[in-house]
Design a protein around this ligand. Structure first.
Ligand code: AMP
Ligand code: MN
Ligand code: MN
Ligand code: MN
Length: 274
């Protein structure tokens, strides 16, 4: 069994359609997949229809943007009821939040001399949930920067003008939505927050107390030593272990189903679905 429980399609900032993504997962030998687009469920129906043609079990998924202690934290929801009113209302609210945030980002970048960035970013998003990667692409096309990394470093990353994150709901509220809809709430990519060990433990304690039930012990290119530490944190904070590539599109360093081995001694999130 190979589970990949974190990836993105064109419905947020990924490069493949939900169908192409599922086909690629099949080629890569993935047989349990969760499409976890940012703050939207748009792609799930298409992904599920395609998964049913293959031998792939599709788990409902989403990656919610949240705030904890002023920091942006991503929480993956898995295995929830997609029709649950709490979930559908929450997603509608997040989609609205994304749109309002995007307008703020555009206003701020406009003030930085990036004229016409709103129209450009909207065109690039092409109906997807608009996010910072679309602004990054717009900055590249406007020749303000030469690559994505630079766009985040100069304009969109933490502390930069285009980093508008305080509009997101508190992490405890988001955990509540996922749990009420019968799902599992998982802290995404703990290696990406540039937190000290103490701060990360503080986050996991608060998350666990709020009803959060999982942690990505394996994420994309996470170091093996970091994974082992996360496995220990699972035991310490009573969390299940999840794994996913956080695939956004074919890259030399990112592929569906390609990541390190889950450390021994953890309870995988999928053990509750078999
Ligand atoms: P948003 O959800 O709109 O806040 O955008 C966050 C997304 O931007 C993440 O999910 C990544 O896909 C992407 N991202 C974040 N930091 C970087 C970076 N330094 N370089 C390229 N992409 C990034
Ligand atoms: Mn993304
Ligand atoms: Mn994320
Ligand atoms: Mn992601």
């Amino acid at each position: 069994m190979l589970a990949d429980l974190h990836c993105h399609s064109l419905c947020s900032d990924g490069q493949l359609s939900p169908s192409d993504l599922v086909d690629r997962a099949q080629e890569m030998g993935v047989n349990m997949l969760a499409l976890t687009d940012h703050d939207t469920l748009q792609g799930i129906e298409e992904a599920r229809a395609r998964a049913n043609k293959h031998d792939i079990r599709l788990i409902s998924g989403i990656e919610f943007s949240t705030v904890w202690n002023g920091m942006g934290i991503h929480v993956v929801g898995l295995g929830f009821d997609e029709q649950h009113p709490v979930m559908t209302q929450a997603v509608a609210r997040q989609e609205q939040c994304r749109l309002e945030r995007a307008k703020k980002i555009a206003e701020r970048l406009e003030k930085q001399g990036c004229h016409g960035i709103w129209d450009k970013a909207v065109e690039i998003a092409n109906g997807a949930q608009i996010g910072r990667p679309h602004f990054a692409q717009a900055l590249i096309e406007m020749e303000k920067v030469s690559n994505m990394g630079q766009a985040f470093k100069k304009y969109l990353g933490a502390g930069k003008p285009g980093d508008v994150k305080t509009m997101w709901p508190d992490i405890t509220e988001v955990v509540g939505w996922i749990r009420e809809a019968g799902g599992t709430a998982v802290i995404a990519h703990p290696d990406k927050y540039k937190m000290t060990r103490t701060k990360l433990k503080c986050l996991l304690k608060a998350f666990s107390e709020a009803g959060g039930n999982g942690l990505e012990v394996i994420s994309g290119g996470m170091e093996a030593s970091f994974s082992r530490r996360m496995a220990e944190f699972c035991a310490e904070f009573n969390l299940m272990a999840s794994q996913g590539s956080d695939f956004h599109g074919p890259k030399p360093w990112s592929e569906l189903g390609k990541f390190g081995k889950m450390p021994d001694g953890v309870t995988p999130v999928w053990s509750q679905w078999s």
